[in-house]
Design a protein around this ligand. Structure first.
Ligand SMILES: Cc1cc2nc3c(=O)[nH]c(=O)nc-3n(C[C@H](O)[C@H](O)[C@H](O)COP(=O)(O)O)c2cc1C
Length: 346
């Protein structure tokens, strides 16, 4: 303390443990989320990182149960855990503590130093490279070895990755059609989708229009963002069904054992593990939650996976198409989503 400082002044410091946890929360800012809502908030104290849901960013029409909000927060949790493991930190995670604040989704507790994990370091490198790629994929099949590695990455988590086969395409297409019909006929869903589409360079959340891609004649249609507002499609010049085949896309479904909030968080962890592993394998991906947003589409998926478990989200996987990767979607400033509570020095 400086010689002239009054004794009653309380001083604060940010310890190294707190810095490790803050670094993990900073990496989690890059996690994918439904419509890029980024519905999370972190509070870091000296040896814990608390992950909260931000219900102001909940999509009440598209996601009435809150499943996709939880899946999104699960991806942020996994990004943080990957970063800690890559940095050589031992930690434990408690999901949805029973007696906590209802918005508190996870507590990550620092336990001490550990050997940095090479697998986590590979995934951590993928965090900055990964982005949603809605373009049609290259016309070459995804190597089976890569698919096997995605399945193994999912096996290390608490949900499963169900990879579909050519025979499932009709069911996937039916589910996508049912989802589009349900959403486009519901003014509240249409309004919510339109409210989260952003012009290029606008704002720090939402889906930038220049990350969208022509729908075309894909075997399994992707979400029709243009249907919410004809101006979006016209601006991009892709209202017509141009020749987009996307024939080599593979589809996975993240499946949980139960259908409760902890299962949805676990599904987000699995989704993140699959997306980051795919990126490390130089594969392109896009999540497809429209397949599960409406009960009728979700029932079709559930039948397709044999009625075992609960489909939480779909993933489209392929070799990237030619040309530059799609632009990055923006993120909220870290100061809006991370609160660091400094230690008092007595
Ligand atoms: C739970 C969840 C649901 C998503 N659903 C869709 C979807 O149905 N269609 C789509 O094109 N992208 C979907 N995405 C991708 C998000 O739109 C994307 O993550 C977000 O815009 C941020 O962009 P980035 O992934 O490039 O960082 C979803 C992502 C998550 C985590």
């Amino acid at each position: 303390m400086p010689a002239n400082a009054p004794e009653s002044v309380t001083r604060f410091q940010i310890g190294t443990t707190c810095q490790e946890l803050t670094r993990a929360a900073l990496a989690a800012v890059h996690a994918p989320s439904v419509l890029n809502t980024q519905p999370w908030h972190w509070r870091i104290t000296h040896d814990t990182a608390l992950l909260y849901a931000d219900h102001h960013r909940w999509l009440a029409a598209l996601d009435p149960t809150g499943r996709l909000l939880m899946v999104s927060c699960g991806t942020a949790l996994h990004h943080a855990c990957v970063t800690l493991a890559a940095d050589g930190v031992d930690f434990e995670v408690e999901l949805i503590p029973a007696d906590g604040d209802p918005d508190l989704l996870a507590v990550v507790r620092y336990r001490g130093p550990a050997q940095p994990s090479a697998r986590a370091q590979r995934m951590r490198r993928a965090i900055r490279v990964r982005r949603t790629d809605r373009r049609p994929f290259a016309g070459r099949p995804v190597p089976q070895d890569s698919i096997d590695r995605l399945c193994r990455a999912a096996q290390r988590t608490h949900a499963h990755l169900h990879m579909t086969w050519a025979r499932d395409i009709a069911d996937l297409a039916a589910a996508a059609g049912q989802a589009t019909a349900a959403e486009m006929s519901d003014p509240a869903c249409r309004a919510e989708l339109a409210a989260w589409i952003r012009s290029s360079g606008e704002g720090d959340d939402g889906v930038p229009v220049d990350t969208l891609s022509p729908l075309g004649a894909r075997p399994v249609p992707i979400r029709d963002f243009t249907g919410t507002d004809p101006g979006v499609g016209i601006g991009l010049g892709f209202t017509s069904r141009i020749d987009v085949t996307d024939r080599e896309a593979r589809y996975g479904v993240v499946v949980t054992d139960g259908d409760a909030a902890t299962d949805w968080l676990a599904a987000g962890v699995t989704l993140s593990a699959v997306l980051l592993t795919a990126t490390a394998e130089h594969l392109a991906t896009s999540a497809m939650s429209d397949l599960v947003e409406h009960e009728v589409a979700r029932r079709t998926l559930r039948r397709m996976i044999g009625g075992v478990g609960y489909p939480a989200i779909g993933v489209r996987i392929g070799l990237p198409g030619p040309g530059a990767p799609p632009p990055r979607a923006p993120r909220r400033p870290p100061t809006d989503v991370i609160e660091v509570v400094a230690d008092k020095i007595t």
